[in-house]
Design a protein around this ligand. Structure first.
Ligand code: BGC
Length: 755
């Protein structure tokens, strides 16, 4: 998957459109005509009503709600998931409201509806666009079966700060990986034809820069220079438009002094005008009325005006548009044409979803939720999400035949709820299979599984069960510990200043590691965890994120070697919180650190002279390298890369293409999948460029001993970047190129662009 590959798909799709230009245009123009005739009939209040989204009443149609729907005051309802209530509200809207406009029913279906897949950050560790697409389709099917026709996903905020609780919902720190995977999610939710049964409208959120919340504290201000905004934070949103995402959501954050819910440059100028997005933009929850709280507006009326003028079309829950837009139009502060445009955008999505033709649904038309096929996909994605961080002396996989007693310890061994992760409004723990259950099934009487929870929760500091845990370990051949964070410790508003294992889990590892038994630590968490105090004490570490409904069987398959882990980190793991922000695609600086120059605190002689430490960019107490780099993940086999070759040394025109070939070899005796990553560096440029940038990746499954030549194609435009005076372009000059299994890849060559 390269940037040009995404573009190629888009071009091919538009070519398809071209060949069908007649029918497409006529279909679209038919919709636009219908919209015209509806808009003509609408009163000012009814138009403002379309721009208004409110919370449902949890399975009831209150008199108030009935009245508002009937009078055409509601464009969308969120968080109603009772099919009967949805059907009744829809009936009132289409049969009794003035213009019979159907309602959009929205829900946060973030990583599954009933079948819960790994958290998005975990999904990103799979680097598997197709599987992610399939799983998003399952989510859409399940959600549609209760009447949901719009999800507030995917979230595509690039994030470089694991303290931020919402990193769990992101696809990591890299713009390219986030673009590819969020595009897959959009395709999974929307399909090729969003009106098909089981497809729902997706929402690209949060536009933009929310993931750069200062200090990783949720809702905090983002300060992002123009070039960083375009090069790092906006690419997934641009890709979303190219993939026809139906809607966008603004964020809660202030970006460089202007809250993004009132940011005209982002929403009206860039998204709607430059990128030609033709869907609609919803605010975040009450983020319009919060403009006054930011100190950006005087009152709710001004908030409505500024948000609307900036390009927000629908107000989530704050009533600002419903209350103030009619008067703002009457006073001439908002013109009719802009109001009609906002209404048109919302109606367009409703038409595209087919709601005007068939606003109703029958739950019986859909496959059963959490069925075996869905569970199988959830298991596969959970397997591919697991990242093997450490595996000394091939501790893993555990040889079941060599074990007679296995100790299973830890608060997350058998907790069907906590393995589901954040944002699982509709997930149900009763469908979960826990690691303990799955391990017991594996054991099947062939070895003993001795389980102790030890700590009540991941936050517990009560060590009273430590002795019992030690007893149990003395009598076991190996130990598997399930540690991490409960779901509630990540997600919206759940940021942490210290991202180590909470409670006394580190001390538990200390105690158990002293006993000298093979120790496997499986961490389930909603963010990268700093493992500085842990990494040398465990023999093997699997990072399983919050793996969802099928987390247990997925982990068991990896622990016992039914499958090799293949996940790779979508985000850098710092040694400790003090290193944050730390990310792979940083700048070189004028004083780049090296091992020799970065003298660590304990090696500095007493009374050493001020300049004795090397004068490079690093921390005296944490060096400059992370614990685990972006793209990293071990396998049960060893892959090597050899014979890196380019089809040419110089790219001479804009349309020129570079073919990169490299041999990938499976040197071990385990069949496994490798995620091969291609990085470049633009060596000299008008503004400095990162030391490495991921521009393509591929997945390959290789048998033991197998060798395969893999091939990447790079276009000149894949090398483009944004810089303020020139927008996007590829500059002439020298580039380095690496291929390998993580962002430390050192198999390197170089080429030139000379257009
Ligand atoms: C979140 C959004 C979410 C919305 C609706 C907000 O608090 O920021 O991501 O879609 O609530 O639930």
């Amino acid at each position: 998957m390269t940037r040009s590959f995404i573009l190629l798909i888009t071009i091919l799709m538009s070519f398809n459109h071209c060949t069908e230009v007649h029918s497409e245009t006529s279909k679209d123009s038919a919709i636009e005509k219908k919209i015209d005739s509806i808009i003509k009939k609408m009163t000012l209040d009814e138009k403002a009503g379309q721009l208004h989204q409110i919370m449902g009443s949890f399975g009831t149609v209150t008199d108030d709600l009935r009245g508002q729907v009937k009078s055409g005051q509601i464009g969308s309802v969120l968080n109603e998931i009772d099919p009967k209530t949805i059907l009744e509200l829809q009936r009132i809207a289409v049969e009794e409201s003035p213009n019979g406009i159907p309602i959009l029913f929205a829900r946060d279906v973030i990583h599954g509806f009933k079948t819960i897949f790994p958290i998005p950050l975990g999904q990103a560790a799979s680097w598997n666009p197709l599987l992610i697409e399939e799983c998003a389709h399952i989510s859409a099917m399940e959600a549609s079966s209760v009447g949901i026709n719009w999800t507030f996903a995917p979230m595509m905020d690039v994030c470089r700060d694991p303290r931020w609780g919402r990193i769990a919902e992101t696809l990591g720190e890299d713009p390219h990986l986030s673009s590819v995977l969020s595009s897959s999610m959009i395709k999974g939710y929307q399909g090729n034809d969003i009106s098909e049964k089981g497809r729902i409208a997706a929402c690209a959120k949060h536009f933009a820069g929310y993931g750069a919340a200062e200090g990783g504290r949720d809702y905090n201000t983002s300060l992002i220079p123009e070039a960083e905004l375009h090069n790092i934070y906006l690419p997934p949103f641009k890709a979303a438009v190219e993939n026809d995402v139906a809607t966008f959501m603004t964020g809660f954050n202030d970006l460089n002094g202007v809250p993004v819910t009132a940011n005209k440059y982002l929403t009206r100028d860039l998204l709607k005008n430059k990128w030609a997005f033709d869907g609609f933009v919803v605010s975040d929850w009450e983020s319009i009325s919060q403009l006054a709280v930011h100190g950006f507006t005087e009152n709710q009326r001004e908030s409505a005006l500024k948000a609307f003028k900036a390009g927000v079309d629908m107000d989530m829950q704050s009533y600002s548009f419903l209350k103030h837009i009619p008067m703002l139009v009457k006073e001439g502060l908002i013109d009719q044409r802009s109001l009609d445009d906002a209404v048109r955008r919302i109606l367009r999505v409703k038409f595209k979803l087919g709601l005007f033709d068939d606003p109703f649904f029958d739950p019986a038309d859909f496959p059963e939720m959490v069925n075996d096929d869905y569970r199988e996909k959830a298991k596969q994605l959970a397997i591919e999400s697991c990242v093997l961080l450490k595996n000394d002396d091939q501790t893993l996989p555990l040889e079941a035949s060599g074990i007679s007693k296995l100790a299973v310890l830890g608060p997350l061994s058998d907790d069907p709820y906590e393995q589901l992760g954040t944002w699982i409004f509709d997930g149900d723990e009763k469908h979960s299979i826990t690691p303990l259950q799955a391990i017991q099934e594996y054991a099947n009487g062939n070895f003993e599984v001795n389980y102790l929870k030890v700590l009540e929760t991941s936050r517990s500091v009560n060590k009273s069960s430590f002795n019992a845990a030690e007893e149990l370990v003395i009598n076991s051949d190996a130990v598997v510990m399930f540690l991490g964070e409960e779901s509630i410790l990540s997600g919206e508003a759940h940021s942490r200043a210290r991202i180590n294992l909470p409670g006394c889990q580190e001390e538990l590892i200390d105690e158990i590691s002293r006993m000298g038994k093979p120790l496997v630590v499986v961490i389930m968490a909603g963010r990268p965890i700093s493992l500085e105090n842990v990494v040398n004490k465990a023999d093997a570490i699997i990072f399983a994120w919050h793996p969802g409904t099928m987390g247990g069987p997925a982990i068991a398959d990896i622990v016992f070697g039914k499958v090799s882990p293949s996940g790779k980190l979508p985000v850098t793991f710092p040694k400790n919180s003090g290193q944050i922000p730390i990310y792979y695609n940083h700048k070189h600086t004028g004083k780049p650190p090296t091992k020799e120059k970065a003298v660590l605190i304990d090696d500095i002689p007493v009374k050493a002279k001020q300049w004795s430490v090397g004068n490079v960019a690093y921390y005296l107490d944490a060096g400059y390298e992370p614990m685990f780099p972006f793209g990293y993940g071990l396998s049960y086999t060893q892959f090597t890369y050899e014979n890196l070759k380019l089809s040419k040394d110089v790219l001479t025109s804009k349309a020129d293409e570079l073919t990169v070939r490299v041999d990938l070899v499976n040197n071990g005796d385990f069949e496994a999948t490798e995620i091969s990553q291609l990085y470049i560096r633009d060596l000299v440029s008008s503004i400095t460029r990162p030391v490495k940038e991921l521009i393509a990746f591929q997945r390959h499954a290789l048998k033991p001993g197998e060798r395969k030549t893999i091939e990447f194609k790079i276009l000149v435009e894949d090398l483009a970047y944004y810089y303020p005076e020139k927008s996007w372009s590829t500059e002439n000059g020298n580039f380095d190129l690496w291929v390998g299994g993580d962002s430390r890849a050192d198999l390197k060559t170089s080429f030139k662009v000379k257009k």
